[in-house]
Design a binder for this molecule. Structure first.
Ligand SMILES: Cc1cc2nc3c(=O)[nH]c(=O)nc-3n(C[C@H](O)[C@H](O)[C@H](O)COP(=O)(O)OP(=O)(O)OC[C@H]3O[C@@H](n4cnc5c(N)ncnc54)[C@H](O)[C@@H]3O)c2cc1C
Length: 183
């Protein structure tokens, strides 16, 4: 099994800051749970603060139908590092600096067009092609699958919590925000 990534190296930055129960369950199936827990911090609750006072508390303990009734705080580059190790232990090969530029398929499999950083182009055959290439996926576009979603209202949409100062119990995260929220 081979993974190609057009980036020259693993992304050192994090988008995701937490794994949620279903995500942990999915990664546990590949044997990644122990290492993810070793590197992450279990969050039993999140507290939301605005203008110096707590306005909401989200406790995770009520989830009964999961082995992981909590959020695991872990930067995405750590999650990806764990997954790379698991994948390579299983015999997988990862190639950075190689882009998928297109593909065609027939009854036998897929013919993938690959380009390396030195602009060297090759065409190689595979039984399967799995597109895990993000929001602007070459695979989905080339497969003419629908990449169009519906528009979401930006109203009330927040992304990325800013950690607040002040005391918080171990295993809880405090997020500061909202109109006038101090940073
Ligand atoms: C601000 C922000 C916060 C987030 N927080 C969370 C969170 O707390 N918890 C959570 O679970 N999720 C979170 N997410 C979502 C999470 O980051 C994404 O779901 C996840 O990154 C998607 O992974 P992916 O592998 O599909 O795509 P990506 O992470 O975008 O990776 C795609 C990879 O494909 C490669 N690639 C692209 N095109 C090609 C090509 N043609 N050939 C070869 N390689 C290619 C890219 O180089 C890249 O390495 C957050 C997202 C954002 C933006």
């Amino acid at each position: 099994m081979r993974v190609v990534d057009r980036s020259e190296r693993p992304n050192p930055h994090s988008k995701a800051i937490a794994l949620w129960p279903r995500g942990i369950e999915a990664l546990a199936r590949f044997g990644a749970a122990d290492e993810l827990h070793r590197r992450g911090v279990v969050l039993r609750a999140q507290n939301y603060h605005s203008q110096g006072r707590r306005v909401a508390r989200l406790a995770f303990g009520g989830m009964r139908r999961t082995r992981y009734p909590y959020a695991l705080s872990i930067p995405q580059q750590e999650t990806e590092a764990v997954l790379r190790d698991v994948f390579q232990d299983l015999g997988g090969v990862i190639e950075f600096g190689t882009s998928l530029t297109g593909f065609s398929q027939d009854g036998e499999g897929v013919r993938a067009e690959l380009e390396t950083g030195s602009a060297q182009r090759t065409t190689e055959r595979f039984g399967w092609l799995v597109g895990c290439d993000g929001a602007h996926s070459t695979v989905r576009r080339a497969a003419r699958g629908s990449t169009q979603g519906s528009r979401m209202s930006p109203r009330r949409s927040t992304s990325g919590a800013v950690l607040g100062r002040g005391a918080r119990p171990v295993g809880e995260r405090a997020a500061r925000g909202g109109a006038g929220g101090r940073r």
